[in-house]
Ligand binder design. Structure first.
Ligand SMILES: Nc1ncnc2c1ncn2[C@@H]1O[C@H](COP(=O)(O)OP(=O)(O)OP(=O)(O)O)[C@@H](O)[C@H]1O
Length: 218
């Protein structure tokens, strides 16, 4: 489903993050682990096409991600990749439904309120459809964030620390939702976390060693 090869990222000219090659099959579930600062978020952002690596290639759903630019990159991401970030990043001036309509629009897909209602209903937040983001609880906002990630039936779902601020019950609920929704889309699921509660639930682990940070230019 995706294949990362020779990925390196420079935040500065003297500080290079070097990542292991990584291949995942369609429908696989992966955990991305590593100590704080090992590069989990950086790698997830590169997998999502939000950052371009300094070096290396990413083939996702048969497409060479970093050769796309502008609208094409946005549409590819919108149609193929669902992203759940630590904070939902909903647009504060739009209702929940309008935020989700925007997600369809950005992907170049027709606006489909029925699909939005379906996803909100599955995630038990349909009654929040007309609410503004500030009217949501943290747990509701997170479920809206998952709804947005799965709305366009992506092939790849990426979640960055989706459980770190949650109690045990809500941690398990969010994992259930991510796994169920990934299965419903037939999507590959990648969860970046250092939350020990997540580790036993997912078989495939990519562990980033802190030593993968190397000094010097490429
Ligand atoms: N904007 C930035 N400028 C410079 N260095 C950065 C920047 N963002 C991250 N880094 C560095 O890159 C490395 C990897 O950061 P990253 O956020 O990807 O790690 P992480 O494993 O996700 O950490 P955490 O578990 O704490 O979220 C760290 O050493 C960090 O200090």
């Amino acid at each position: 489903m995706f294949q990362l090869t020779g990925i390196r990222y420079n935040y500065t000219t003297t500080h290079t993050l070097s990542f292991p090659d990584w291949t995942a099959a369609q429908g696989d579930r992966w955990l991305l682990t590593g100590v704080s600062g090992s590069g989990k978020t950086t790698l997830l952002h590169m997998l999502a096409g939000l950052r371009q690596p300094t070096q290396g290639t990413a083939i996702i759903a048969g497409t060479n991600l970093y050769t796309l630019s502008g609208n094409k990159a946005d549409q590819f991401r919108g149609q193929n990749i669902g992203l759940v970030l630590q904070k939902p990043h909903l647009l504060s001036v739009l209702t929940v439904e309008e935020n989700l309509l925007l997600t369809q629009y950005m992907a170049g897909l027709p606006q489909n309120k029925q699909r939005i209602a379906e996803v909100l209903s599955i995630l038990s937040v349909l009654e929040k459809r007309k609410s503004m983001p500030h009217q949501l609880s943290q747990g509701q906002a997170q479920r809206i964030s998952i709804a947005r990630a799965v709305l366009n039936l992506p092939k790849l779902i990426l979640a960055d620390e989706p459980t770190s601020s949650l109690d045990d019950l809500n941690c398990m609920r969010v994992l259930d939702l991510l796994e169920t929704q990934a299965a419903a889309c037939g999507a590959t699921l990648v969860i970046a976390t250092h939350d020990a509660r997540v580790k036993n639930r997912i078989a495939n682990h990519l562990h980033l060693e802190s030593v993968q940070t190397v000094s010097g230019t490429l």
